[in-house]
Write a protein that binds this ligand. Structure first.
Ligand code: GLN
Length: 482
């Protein structure tokens, strides 16, 4: 048995049956990482010795006891670098654990490694990392998606059983879809953002990427809950998100948004998603056509609100308090200007400029205020839809992973491909991407993700439906890419 191929749930069972230990698993993964990293490049840094020490003392009776979980570089882990893949945070060491990390540790998990991402989580391909490019485990000439591309690539290349990512407009679900793993974006407020480097604070959520829906539920059990350090985290009764994983699809009402199957979707992706939806109906789900009439505004609204919030959040990186500072400044203004000029990459600069523009007096009402109003309409579209259906089913991305460099000079094309994921963040609802098959693109066969969306705070139901689909998807018979 190759321990690198096992899910969190299988590893846990093995630990408890004393078939193998957390140290055995870490040693296997380190060998795996050494052989795959030269082509995948999912990690920015990792400290194997520290993880090994934690594994030696792991208490496998805890909910995630002894299980290694990779961490996106935007989430603070005390004593480790935390750069959000930006030069401006070069040399910064996290002085504290993010709440999700503290909770993983309490549950017995071993946070391991810093995983690559688009700088400040801005992007859909991980090409915006200031460090290096991560490749897609299915085809090393292609992108892994983003911004949590390192997390998705590590999980699908069997370097790690699971990882944390963050999702502001799709950054967990889209790389999960493009690499072929499961990615869950919890509802806004479900998981504390304390210790996550903020991109757009009204949209950001931390969530898991793993090789099964059950594993995502196990991680959500550990990280969810009210946190006094994040005033937007919700105080809710404790819930077991694995509780509904034995449900099937009989009688489940699945909404298909008519606005999502129009031009712009790659025909091979569309065919794969349609056959996945047919499997849901063969398994007893009732398919219902629904309408999300404000879909066409979602990309514009997102890129106004997200950039506005980003421009405010990134104002703190001034070369004084954190990370890298320009050398030999002439004066204070020169220090600010050059630290930001040298520290930020071009996509981050583009977002800061856009965000500053839409917030500037004279344009604030025309752009930002109007976008907030349309955001409300988008949220209402979902509320109306969820009166009729248990969940919405649709593609995660209109395309498969594209070749590295292909979109380098076309940011707009990159933004438009976020169409199926960003509305969930604007509405605050939960969503999950589950692998549903391979589609051919220019001679390569690449993974396609099926997305399920559910009402805010309906994660248990969402996970139940995704898990039921997973068991009929046939994905388990598709061999791992490398
Ligand atoms: N691709 C989107 C963007 O570039 C979403 C990123 C994210 O979810 N962090 O903003």
């Amino acid at each position: 048995m190759d321990l690198a191929t096992l899910t969190l749930d299988e590893l846990q069972k093995g630990f408890r049956a004393k078939a193998f230990t957390p140290v055995d698993v870490l040693r296997t993964l380190e060998l795996r990482i050494e052989s795959t990293e030269p082509s995948v490049h999912a990690f920015l840094t990792r400290d194997f010795q520290e993880a090994l020490k934690a594994a030696e003392h792991a208490d496998v009776s805890l909910p995630l006891g002894g299980l290694p979980i990779g961490i996106k570089d935007a989430i603070n882990v005390k004593g480790h670098p935390c750069t959000s893949a930006s030069r401006i945070l070069e040399g910064y060491l996290a002085p504290y654990d993010a709440t999700v990390i503290a909770r993983l540790k309490t549950a017995g998990a071993i946070p391991f490694g810093r995983l690559n991402m688009d700088e400040f989580a801005m992007g859909s391909s991980t090409e915006n990392s200031s460090a290096h490019i991560t490749t897609n485990p299915w085809d090393s000439s292609r992108i892994p998606g983003g911004s949590s591309g390192g997390s998705a690539a590590a999980v699908t290349s069997l370097e790690l059983p699971a990882a944390l990512g963050s999702d502001t407009g799709g950054s967990i679900r889209q790389p999960a879809s493009l690499c072929g793993c499961v990615g869950l974006k919890p509802s806004y407020g479900r998981v504390s953002r304390y210790g996550l480097i903020a991109f757009a604070s009204s949209l950001d959520q931390i969530g898991p990427l793993a090789r099964s829906t059950r594993d995502c539920a196990m991680i959500l059990n550990a990280i969810a809950g009210r946190d006094p350090m994040d005033s937007t985290s919700l105080d809710l009764p404790e819930e077991d998100f694995t509780a509904r994983l034995d449900q099937d699809l009989k009688g489940v009402r699945l909404g298909i948004p008519k606005e999502y199957f129009v031009e712009g979707i790659n025909p091979a992706v569309r065919a794969t998603v349609e056959s996945a939806i047919k499997k849901c109906s063969d398994a007893g789900a009732e398919l219902v056509e629904i309408s999300l009439p404000h879909t066409e505004y979602a990309v514009s609204v997102y890129y106004i609100i997200a950039t506005a919030e980003a421009s405010a959040n990134l104002a703190r990186f001034d070369g004084v308090r954190y990370g890298k500072r320009a050398e030999n400044p002439k004066d204070l203004m020169d220090l600010y200007l050059r630290s930001r000029e040298e520290g930020f990459g071009s996509e981050v600069k583009r977002r800061i400029i856009l965000g500053t523009y839409v917030l500037s007096s004279g344009y604030h009402d025309a752009y930002y205020l109007r976008a907030q109003k349309v955001r409300t309409l988008i949220r209402r579209d979902f509320e109306a839809a969820f009166e009729k259906v248990d969940a919405i089913v649709c593609p995660t991305s209109p395309e498969v992973a594209f070749p590295i460099g292909e979109r380098a000079n076309d940011p707009l094309k990159m933004y438009l491909a976020d169409i199926y994921t960003i509305a969930a963040n604007l509405a605050g609802i939960c969503g999950i991407s589950v692998p549903c098959g391979l589609a051919e693109d220019r001679g390569a066969k690449l993974p396609v993700g099926l997305q399920f969306l559910a009402k805010s705070l309906d994660e248990a139901k969402l996970l139940g439906i995704a898990n039921a689909y997973e068991s009929v998807s046939g994905w388990k018979d598709i061999v791992s890419p490398i």
